[in-house]
Design a protein around this ligand. Structure first.
Ligand code: ZN
Length: 159
């Protein structure tokens, strides 16, 4: 058996199980390009890729700046400030696990850095989610057991 003719097969056995509630979506291993993002999430930080040449932030991450083609990109923490750009209230969840949290809101937050970040949007008691509502970064354990970045609309911010 010649190893030179064998195809290289990735070993996904050590990969992270990606679950949507009880629905197994497959195995995921952070790539070298995404590992920094997930390490930030584990520390409670939301990181965006930043271009040192033109000072723009990106999410999803890029390996080359789409504005100036620089490869001088690095992870930097997001400011945590943003406003609701678009949202949808989910009443019929895709799985039983997500159904435990329904109705819930997902959508795009336009962050202070200009990134449109898709995530769960949470309204504090007494607050209503609306387009342009100020929102602030927080981390919450979702129905799937994952602790992920969310944005919170506060009652004070809506006034
Ligand atoms: Zn750039």
């Amino acid at each position: 058996m010649s190893s030179s003719t064998e195809a290289t097969v990735a070993d996904w056995s050590a990969g992270r199980h990606v679950m949507a509630g009880e629905l197994f979506l497959g195995l995921y291993q952070p790539s070298p390009e995404t590992a920094g993002f997930w390490e930030g999430v584990a520390r409670g930080e939301l990181l965006f890729k930043w271009c040192a040449a033109c000072a723009r932030a990106y999410h999803p991450r890029r390996i080359i700046c789409p504005q100036c083609s620089s490869t001088q990109l690095a992870w930097r923490p997001a400011s945590g400030e943003g406003k609701v750009y678009s949202f949808s209230e989910v009443h019929r969840a895709p799985t039983k696990a997500f159904g435990r949290g329904a109705p819930y809101t997902v959508g795009l937050i336009e962050t202070a850095e200009g990134v449109h970040y898709f995530c769960r949007i949470v309204a504090q008691q007494g607050a209503a989610i609306a387009i342009d509502s100020p929102a602030r970064l927080d981390f919450r354990v979702l129905e799937t057991g994952q602790r992920l970045p969310v944005f919170v609309v506060s009652a004070e911010g809506a006034r």
